[in-house]
Design a protein around this ligand. Structure first.
Ligand code: BES
Ligand code: ZN
Ligand code: ZN
Length: 476
């Protein structure tokens, strides 16, 4: 798909189809009233996700119940899903208002809504060759820039979707590592890959234990984007479980299917690194990914084992399905031990089913000690169109992680508050001087879509990318 800005008179722009937004169900507006009666007869109500093509009039009407960015995103996605199934080569639409926010929303909706994953289908759909011309009163530098940036960010989201959707036998730690190496080359950033020998040398016993039963060796990936002028240093840590069978605490089959998506956190970090490099943001950004497969076998780690993490903390394993926190524990230590002058640490993980229970499947859970920072993330998420909700730490919950024989247990002794206790487990591996710099993002809900919603088709959503890029931009 090609997206073009035009400030020619709207009527003069040549295109096969003209898109008309029906805003707030107003059928008397200038561009809608002409077909008011037809729309009524055809029972078009102007609701969100409603679309009607009048081929002879060469018009496509789309509902947009409210004039706000997220509704525009959904409308734009509705438009492209309809156009995709036609032979029309081009469409024109008018930016409802000349605002960067709305332009971003339209690009998001078009690019994210048209995504399909057919790599494993015998018959592939044609690549989208359509052209969408976005009309604006005046093409300013800011608007042009916003278009380019939005396109790059959406491309990164779709790249993350491709990674996460790829089956676990085609995307295991080694492949994730070579993917990172290739991405780094393409983006001219640095990439280091550490194998199990390095992890052993450095005493990363938690991550190693999770990986033990898999035929695929674990990999720690460290990407660095370091531009000349840096305003801040940000560390992103991602859970890259290329498959989570649960380990010996095996998942029931219904829950095991879709666990290729347990690499969503690490994959989001890959996408964010790509976007940051393409956008040339003036921030030093580190992406750390723990790429591991959690399997069963004679060599598997087991409930009752005691592991030692990189910072010397001993962990009693009571459930091998709470593996993400073990991998992240060592990755967080690695980041804090190796990166200087950190301003922020964000971790991304499909960490708990409890987070989905708490917030629903559309919302990322954010946890941390610094309210101001959580607010910043909340605002950035809002701007980007991603949903976040805050889950609060308190003085009682950490006690639920007490172990009789080790420093901490990998699961809580209570069946309530599981998303927060998982966050508090990670907190054990955040050094005192970094407590206020850290936010944990549990993306277990939105990362993988089983029933399409908004502009997310079935499969991976690329959760975390838009949110993080929006946060990073807010620091510049
Ligand atoms: N990867 C899962 C969490 C998950 C669940 C992600 C559903 C996406 C959708 C994680 O490793 C896990 O299994 N967590 C356990 C923790 C429990 C054993 C304390 C869970 O949530 O049940
Ligand atoms: Zn698990
Ligand atoms: Zn997991």
């Amino acid at each position: 798909m090609k997206l073009i800005l035009s400030d020619e008179k709207f009527k003069k722009i040549e295109a096969d189809i003209e898109v008309c937004f029906v805003i707030s169900k107003n059928f008397d507006s200038e561009n809608v009233k002409e077909h008011k009666d037809v729309l009524e007869v055809l029972n078009f109500k102007g609701e969100d996700e409603e679309v009607l093509l009048l081929p002879e009039a060469k018009k496509l009407y789309v509902g947009c119940e409210k004039l706000e960015a997220d509704t525009i995103r959904i409308a734009a996605s509705t438009i492209i899903k309809k156009l995709k199934n036609t032979k029309f080569k081009s469409a024109k639409l008018s930016l409802v208002e000349d605002s960067i926010e709305y332009l971003n929303a339209i690009v998001d909706g078009l690019m994210l809504g048209s995504y399909t994953f057919d790599k494993y289908k015998s018959t592939k759909k044609d690549k989208l060759s359509q052209e969408v011309i976005i009309h604006t009163k005046e093409i300013t530098k800011e608007l042009k820039n916003a278009l380019d940036e939005s396109i790059e960010i959406s491309k990164s989201v779709n790249m993350v979707r491709d990674i996460v959707n790829t089956p676990p036998d085609d995307f295991y730690p080694d492949i994730m590592a070579s993917f990172a190496v290739d991405l780094a080359k393409e983006c001219k950033i640095e990439c280091k890959i550490y194998d199990d020998k390095y992890l052993e040398e450095k005493g990363m016993g938690a991550m190693l234990a999770v990986a033990r039963a898999s035929r695929h060796k674990p990999k720690l990936i460290h990407l660095t984007y370091s531009p000349k002028k840096c305003k801040k240093t940000v560390v992103l840590v991602g859970k890259g479980l290329t498959y989570d069978s649960g380990g010996l605490s095996l998942k029931p089959s219904d829950y095991m299917a879709t666990m290729k998506s347990d690499k969503s956190g690490g994959s989001a970090v890959l996408g964010i690194m790509q976007a940051v490099a393409k956008l040339k943001l003036p921030i030093e950004v580190h992406g750390i990914i723990g790429a591991v497969e959690n399997m069963i076998g004679g060599n598997a780690y087991k409930p009752d084992d005691v592991l030692k993490a990189k910072n010397g903390t001993t962990i009693e394993v009571r459930n091998t399905d709470a593996e993400g926190r073990l991998v992240l524990a060592d990755c967080l230590c690695y980041a804090q031990d190796n990166i200087k002058d950190i301003d922020y640490i964000l971790d991304f993980a499909t960490l708990t089913g409890a987070c989905v229970v708490a917030l629903g499947e559309y919302t990322t859970g954010i946890m941390g000690h610094n309210s101001k920072l959580k607010h910043q993330i909340f605002d950035a998420a809002n701007q980007s169109g991603e949903l976040v909700g805050s889950l609060p730490f308190n003085r009682y919950l950490p006690k639920l992680l007490k172990s009789e024989i080790a420093d901490i247990c990998n699961i809580s002794s209570s069946r309530y508050g599981g998303a927060i206790t998982a966050g508090l487990f990670l907190d054990k591996f955040i050094y005192e001087e970094n407590k206020d710099k850290w936010v944990h993002l549990d993306i277990a809900g939105p990362a993988y879509v089983e029933k399409p919603w908004g502009y997310n088709p079935h499969g991976a959503s690329g959760a975390g990318v838009r949110l993080a890029v929006s946060f990073l931009k807010s620091l510049c």
